[in-house]
Design a protein around this ligand. Structure first.
Ligand SMILES: Nc1ncnc2c1ncn2[C@@H]1O[C@H](COP(=O)(O)OP(=O)(O)OP(=O)(O)O)[C@@H](O)[C@H]1O
Ligand SMILES: [Mg+2]
Length: 270
């Protein structure tokens, strides 16, 4: 039997355009094909080909400025691309309008800074989008929010304002808020790098739990313990390219390129 995961990770697979309205049951959940992007003269993404399968946890690592955040932001079109195709669940990313808003709702994102609405309670932060975008009624949205806040361990904070919570608690609320939209995939861009060290693990624990539950995740992180524990695959980027893509043990034990060896020797000595 052909291993499905391997098959859909084969970058040499022909990339025929998908026909609208036709179901492609074995397509990857996220697929970037020949993606290029410039910021002015700077070529930040160079022929990026990447697939993320349903339930897969991908960890993206690489030196500062290598394009990790930019790549992540193109996946929900916070950044546009110059060429190539990005598909979510088989559908090319819409350019704008209602379709784009719908697609964004399927892609949850958690950033380094907490981005909670400062003038709303924790509960309101989590119920806002489900009510506005998903047209959920208030009671249903609140039940869902309390359930999610419980899962990330901050249910008792529901009626507080964000400023009354620690950074770790705020970041867990940010995760609950993203999950409230029932996303198909969650993107994390260094979600623990702004936290005090003692709060890092409480956020990583929530992410590990999410991964165990089968959430599809793309995580940019410098937390190599998390990467080893939770990742199905590590993607190493340098200078706007994906240089390596491998299982965590393989990547950490046997990096293939000098860039990855150099990167690992720097981060693993700290
Ligand atoms: N809005 C922008 N305008 C111009 N240049 C940008 C913009 N955003 C990022 N860049 C540049 O693009 C390159 C890639 O940046 P990006 O933030 O994607 O890197 P990164 O791998 O996430 O780095 P870090 O580990 O520091 O977060 C960098 O050279 C950066 O300075
Ligand atoms: Mg970044």
């Amino acid at each position: 039997m052909v291993d499905k995961k391997e098959e859909s990770n084969d970058l040499s697979r022909p990339k025929a355009p998908l026909v609208p309205g036709v179901e492609y049951p074995d397509h990857p959940l996220v697929e970037l094909t020949h993606v290029d992007k410039h910021f002015g003269d700077l070529h930040v993404l160079k022929d990026i080909n990447l697939t993320v399968n349903k339930g897969e946890v991908l960890v993206v690592v690489g030196p500062s400025g290598s394009g990790k955040s930019t790549m992540c932001r193109t996946i929900n079109r916070l950044e546009t691309i110059d060429s190539g195709v990005i598909r979510i669940d088989g559908k090319p990313l819409p350019q704008e309008g209602k379709e784009l808003a719908e697609l964004r709702a399927e892609v949850g994102m958690v950033f380094q800074s907490f981005n909670l609405f400062a003038n709303k309670t924790i509960l309101e932060n989590v119920t806002l989008a489900p009510i506005k975008v998903r047209h959920m009624d208030r009671k249903e949205a609140e039940d869902l929010a309390m359930d999610l806040l419980g899962r990330v361990g901050v249910a008792s904070q529901a009626n507080k304002m964000p400023s009354q919570l620690s950074g770790g608690q705020q970041q867990r609320v940010a995760i609950a808020r993203a999950l409230a939209m029932r996303p198909k995939v969650m993107l994390f861009d260094e979600p623990t790098s702004a936290l005090d060290p003692e709060m890092v693990n409480e956020v990583l624990d929530v992410m590990v739990e999410l991964a165990r539950e089968g959430m599809t995740m793309v995580c940019i992180t410098h937390e190599m313990g998390f990467a080893r524990k939770a990742a199905d695959r590590i993607v190493f980027m340098a200078d706007g390219r994906i240089l390596e893509e491998n299982a965590p043990d393989e990547f950490f034990e046997h990096p293939q390129t000098d860039r990855a060896k150099d990167f690992l020797s720097k981060i693993l000595t700290h």
